[in-house]
Design a protein around this ligand. Sequence first.
Ligand SMILES: Cc1ncc(COP(=O)(O)O)c(C=O)c1O
Length: 446
Amino acid sequence: MSTWGRFFSMETSLRYRKNSLWMDGVSLRAIARAVGTPAYVYSARLVRERFLRFDRELRGCERLICYAMKANSNRALCGLLADLGAGAEVVSGGELRRALAAGFEARRVVFSGVGKTEEEIRRALRARILSIHLESAEEMARVAAVARGGRGPADISIRVNPGIEAGAHPHVATGRSGDKFGVPVTQAIEMYRRAFKDRRLRPVGIHCHLGSQITRVEPYARALRVISGILARIKTWGRRLDFVDLGGGMGIACGKNKIAGRRGTLLPRGARPGQELPLESLAENIREFARAWPRTKIILEPGRYLVADAGVLLTSVLYRKRMEGRTFAVVDAGMNDLARPALYGAAHPIAPASRPGRRRVALDVAGPVCESADVFGRRYRLPQPSPGEIWAILEAGAYGFSMSSQYNSRPRAAEILVEGGEFRVVRRRESWEDLVRLEKRYGEEK
Ligand SMILES: Cc1ncc(COP(=O)(O)O)c(C=O)c1O
């Protein structure tokens, strides 16, 4: 492979060839023809490369990468990561069920979340996962009670909220004081003190997650200092923990052009491309920490970093609509398929699946859902579209399908995995029938 080829393969799975946009040797138009739209399409190769790169950066420390399944819990995608040796971070009994079904080893699964039910705790204990990450003193009491009479103590960690502003969007910032996640340092220490004396509990680690789409290393470095302080305190009791779980949140270069060989923005007007978190520098901080705490394993929980760039959402243009100086392109994917623009104001690049010419027009791209928030972005610079044309909404591999819903009674999209020059449906499109399958008609007996 040429140097350029290698460069592109690290960065992207997309390139224009023969007038069409291709993902790893498969034409996206061909996929849209075969399975229809909206459809999520994922590059298995890019997920694999992102994981291996992440893992490589951390060489030299004892580590476990627990993929945050909330980013994309498709079983095929998760299975691919499990095969590479990843663990999983789950936040519900449903995700635990999916993790085990996808092939993640139970001893590589950690369970976070502020509101675990008794049933979820019971299932986690029965599966003998690596750790239940506790988010409150009351939850600790609940886990201890459920573990009583079980097959030994519950392996637990405490999620500390270090009170750090990491620069994430307010909806996804989790490590500031006042956020609902974890417990403050003094409370964490008190909980460890009690947990070490409780025979129903076995403290195995410490957990911290600062938020999502973090692009600076400094908040992680600060969190490691806070954690060091807690470990030092625990050491004074003659105790230690097996691992430190620093959470996820590693940011990607949102909006950077990720189509091989192309220049220029694919973002709507006003949106600026972002910077990726410098992984090497994060890894350097982690190595320094590991030198101070040599027998302590490091766990990281990347979600977005591993899968965001690997996915696109294919959509068809339905209509053009001109009014009051604006042109809307109405597409068949909506906020029920990809909620991030409506939820966080996220700007996703859009690329036509047919190679665009030089002429561009300013388009507001809107979905069909009956909400004014159902707009992917204003003033994209795109070629004049014709109905039926296929577009790819990029960076849609994370928090895309997993956040999708049937809002407006719209069946959820199909999911496709591209690998080895072929594509495969890894979740079929929901049917109209699926929409009503679980419900009863008024007056219906059974
Ligand atoms: C506890 C925990 N770990 C990991 C993640 C993954 O975050 P990201 O996808 O930004 O890496 C999240 C996201 O919300 C989380 O809550």
